[in-house]
Each structure stands twice: as C-alpha cells, then as structure tokens.
Design a protein around this ligand. Structure first.
Ligand SMILES: N[C@@H](CCC(=O)N[C@@H](CS)C(=O)NCC(=O)O)C(=O)O
Length: 263
C-alpha cells in the first residue's frame, strides 16, 4: 500500500504554499494537508522537534523547512518534474535564489501583509480558520488577541516596518524584473525550477494570484491602500512573470484538497 504523506500547514502561509505547490506538481506523491490555527499548530510541530509550518511527514522522515521539503520532493520526482537542475553550476544558482527569496522576500512580504490584514478580524478568521479542525476553529475568538500580539511581536509588525518592508519588496521585484529583461522565461536555465516556484509562492501575498493553493481573500475584500500596493506589484515584469507561473504551472492535487475531510 502506498504511504500517504502529511503536510502540516496554515492555509494562509506562503511558505506552506511553496511546499504545497511542489507536492501538487507531482503525479504520484499522495499527501493530505493538515491545516491548523496559529498558535495551536505548535501542538503538532513541537513534538516533532520544530516550530514553524510547513512540516512534511513521510514514511521515513520529518522535514521541518520548506527548502528541505523541496529537496526531498525533488529526490522523489520523475524526470520532467525536477526542481533542481542536474548541472552543478545551475543548481547552485537555483539554491542561492531560493535561499534569498526564503530569507528576504518571504519575511518582508509577510511583515507588510500582516500589518494590513491583522486590522481586519473577520478577514483573519476567514483565512486562519479555513479547513482547520472544528475544535480549533471554535477557539479563534478567544485566541485572536494573543495570536495577533504574537504575530506583531515575533515578526516586528507595525506601520513603519510595513512601509519599509514594502519598499524592500519593490526592490527585490525590480531586481527580478531586471534579471528577466533579456526575455528569459525562467530565472535559471530554460525550465521551471525551485527558484521560480520560490519567487512566485513567496511573493503571492503581494500579488494575490487567483490560482493560490491556500486561502487568500478576494482582492476587493482587502483595504484600499493594500489593493493599490498589490496593483503596483502586479504591474511590474516580476509580478507579471509570477502571475504567469501561477496560471501555467500551478497544478492542483485533488486528493490533498479532499484530504482535510479525513482529518
Ligand atoms: N524557513 C521556514 C519558514 C517558515 C515560516 O516562517 N513559517 C511561519 C508561517 S509563514 C510559521 O510557522 N510561524 C509560526 C511559528 O513559527 O510558530 C520555511 O521555509 O519553512
């Protein structure tokens, strides 16, 4: 019998989307997504020796970081689905870009996104409670003030840091736009890689792609100043390229989407 892997997530998280997208691309990697309400995810991640999500649990190992998850998935991928090039030089380039997007873009865009979204409790309820177990959902209201405080303090979220984070995100978009300006379709080499997947998924809170695999609100549910900033990012070459990747490469895995009913 084939083992069904488990992916522990927040539905809203763009780091979780990175792992989910990589899993969804594979024709034969059965998994179910287990979504949790922060901070209750720690009940799952702490016993596994980690903190953050995503966490991937396979038959033989537990992976506690999106980069490790992608490397593991790559080892299981058939030809044509690889995320890292065989050429060592190209692989190095892909890994460097992925690490840069993980450590900078993902962090900055989260700081900006949470500053705006946390002001709207209903919106946060919609995103944080999507597909979580009923008992966790029932605790949303009591936990919200604590969770909001934890997010603000852990990620240093306030008006000034959000503004700076947005400007730094624009600089990363400008660098990616420049990189693409020679007409290339992908960031490294001539096919889709972990660098493309990392850029598109980690920039998703700033672009709100309709094909997002987790839970984002509709654009018109967001505050006006946030919509304006999203439209600015969408209009850049990097923004258009990430939205194209979502349209062309974001395959869905039906079993994982149905899986939440089982948990
Ligand atoms: N480097 C990690 C970062 C993941 C991360 O920051 N996850 C956040 C959600 S976006 C999280 O789980 N935060 C809650 C916590 O750390 O307990 C990865 O790439 O997997």
């Amino acid at each position: 019998m084939t083992f069904t892997a488990r992916l522990i997530t927040f539905r809203i998280s763009h780091y979780c989307e990175k792992a989910r997208w990589a899993l969804d691309r594979l024709p034969n990697f059965p998994y179910v997504e287990e979504c949790h309400l922060p901070p209750l995810h720690r009940l799952k991640t702490t016993p596994l020796g980690g903190n953050s999500v995503p966490v991937l649990i396979t038959e033989n190992a537990v992976f506690k970081d999106s980069a490790d998850i992608l490397k593991h998935i790559d080892q299981k991928s058939p030809p044509g689905f690889k995320l890292y090039p065989e050429s060592l030089a190209l692989r190095h380039e892909v890994e460097q870009l992925e690490a840069q997007f993980n450590h900078q873009l993902g962090v900055l865009i989260r700081q900006w996104g949470y500053f705006h979204a946390l002001q709207n409790r209903t919106l946060m309820q919609q995103m944080w409670c999507d597909r979580v177990p009923t008992w966790e959902r029932s605790l949303f209201s009591s936990l919200f003030p604590l969770t909001r405080y934890l997010v603000h303090s852990r990620y240093n979220v306030h008006r000034k840091s959000a503004l700076i984070a947005y400007h730094q995100t624009q600089q990363i978009f400008a660098a990616v736009s420049h990189h693409l300006s020679d007409g290339r379709r992908y960031l490294v080499g001539d096919c889709f890689s972990a660098a493309d997947l990392a850029f598109a998924s980690l920039s998703s809170p700033g672009l709100v792609p309709p094909e997002y695999g987790g839970c984002f609100p509709e654009l018109n549910q967001l505050p006006d100043d946030m919509i304006e900033q999203i439209q600015t990012l969408r209009a850049t070459a990097a923004g258009k390229y990430a939205l194209r990747l979502y349209r062309q490469e974001r395959r869905r895995n039906k079993q994982a989407m149905d899986g939440h009913h089982l948990i």
